[in-house]
Write a protein that binds this ligand. Structure first.
Ligand code: NAP
Ligand code: GDD
Length: 338
């Protein structure tokens, strides 16, 4: 039985990757940091089903705390380490840049250096990001220059190069997945897609009147997180370490996302959205991301299974359910809102 450690197990991707690896027969060890409230909602179903068989195990560790990382790597002796832990919110990174660099950049360095010393045959996956491309115009692929536009982007560029450095200097199996935006019903509520679907559901439930957003003109390549965690695993199963762009090739604006979600309810989004809200505007923006993942398709055989339209519907339906409203009921309620 292969053993995998996942940092960031309580996050969106950590939860999908845990499910995926358990289904593949792995023993999964998730790293979580202490929180003042319970934040294991995305993985509680796994703990309930698999903790007693030691298939799914949780450990306290922090990417800023070398000894906690060392102790767990020593104890588990993993075959694969997926470094998904990060302060992942670009907007917040402008306000907490130093800790972002500590968690996202030095965190990757700490893990790789411990692996080099005590578990050098362990394969390492680094959660790199399309945010690293920043101001480089689309389409972006593995040869596109990094021009990060945020402390988050800078931190991920540093971790990307750290991963390549350990691969080249220490002959470790260390790979980067350069993933474009991926979303799901488990997406954090302060990312724009989930903020829109959750608040649209609240509007239908009569609990909200407006959604306050920032810049609606930026464009993203949005995929489904479930498809993307499969790519992470495929990257580590390849016969040699390498770097891969993972994306759908789509390019939609925030306005397009609003249009799609509200049109599923036959509502005009413009009546429910306040744009350019100062607190959600960023000092510098990444205007347009559109990935070219032909390398991953050719070498790994990876392709996404879900479209932009699938994603919008899946997220809206899931958020309506949170208010005990079915999709059909939502359309009936929406008629009365007109
Ligand atoms: P997420 O939902 O925000 O999850 C981030 C995880 O990192 C959470 O479990 C969080 O724990 C953990 N974490 C934060 N600080 C930590 C620390 N100091 N020590 C240990 N763990 C820490 O993010 P995601 O969407 O799943 O993304 C997973 C990874 O992929 C991240 O590295 C992200 O930057 C990267 N990425 C994401 C996307 C995307 O579109 N989703 C695209 C490209 C790259 P708490 O629950 O305690 O906060
Ligand atoms: N979060 C947020 N909230 N974003 C808003 C809002 C709002 O109210 N209004 C407009 N936006 C715009 C942002 O300015 C940005 O241009 C775009 O919506 C997407 O923002 P996010 O959903 O926060 O995602 P992101 O693209 O900045 O970052 C995500 O994708 C990266 C990959 O490119 C995160 O998941 C990163 O961790 C990831 O690396």
């Amino acid at each position: 039985m292969k053993k995998a450690i996942i940092s960031g197990v309580t996050g969106q991707d950590g939860s999908y990757l845990s499910e995926f690896l358990i289904a593949k027969g792995y023993e999964v060890h998730g790293l979580m940091r202490r929180s003042s409230v319970f934040n294991t909602e995305r993985i509680d179903h796994l703990t309930n089903s698999y903790e007693k068989n030691e298939i799914f195990n949780l450990h306290y560790a922090d990417l800023t705390d070398t000894s906690s990382l060392r102790n767990i790597i020593q104890k588990v002796e993993p075959d694969e380490f997926y470094n998904l832990g990060a302060m992942s919110h670009v907007g917040v990174s402008f306000l907490t840049a130093e800790s972002v660099l500590n968690i996202n950049s030095l965190g990757a360095y700490r893990v790789l250096d411990i692996l080099r010393e005590i578990s050098p045959r362990c394969k390492y996956y680094q959660a790199s990001s399309s945010e690293m491309f920043g101001a480089s115009p689309p389409p972006q692929n593995e040869n596109t220059a990094f021009m990060p536009q945020s402390p988050y982007g800078i931190s991920k560029v540093a971790a990307f190069h750290t991963t390549k450095y350990f691969r080249n200097a220490n002959k470790m199996f260390a790979s980067n997945g350069i993933l474009f935006n991926h979303e799901s019903p488990r997406r954090g509520l302060n990312f724009v897609t989930r903020k829109i679907t959750y608040n649209a559901a609240k509007i239908i439930a009569g609990l909200e009147k407006k959604i306050y957003l920032g810049n609606l003109d930026t464009r993203r390549d949005w995929g489904f997180a479930g498809d993307y965690v499969k790519a992470m695993w495929m990257i580590l199963q390849h016969n040699s370490p390498d770097d891969f762009v993972i994306s759908t090739g789509g390019n939609n604006s925030i306005k397009d996302f609003l249009e799609k979600v509200f049109s599923l309810l036959n509502l005009d989004w413009q009546k429910y959205v306040e744009a350019n809200t100062p607190r959600y505007m960023r000092k510098t923006e990444v205007e347009s991301l559109q990935g070219d993942s032909s390398k991953a398709k050719k070498i790994l055989g990876w392709e996404p299974d879900h479209s932009f339209d699938d994603l919008c519907k899946m997220m809206l339906e899931s958020d309506l359910k949170k208010f005990n409203i079915s999709f059909d009921q939502a359309q009936e309620i929406a008629k009365k809102l007109k």
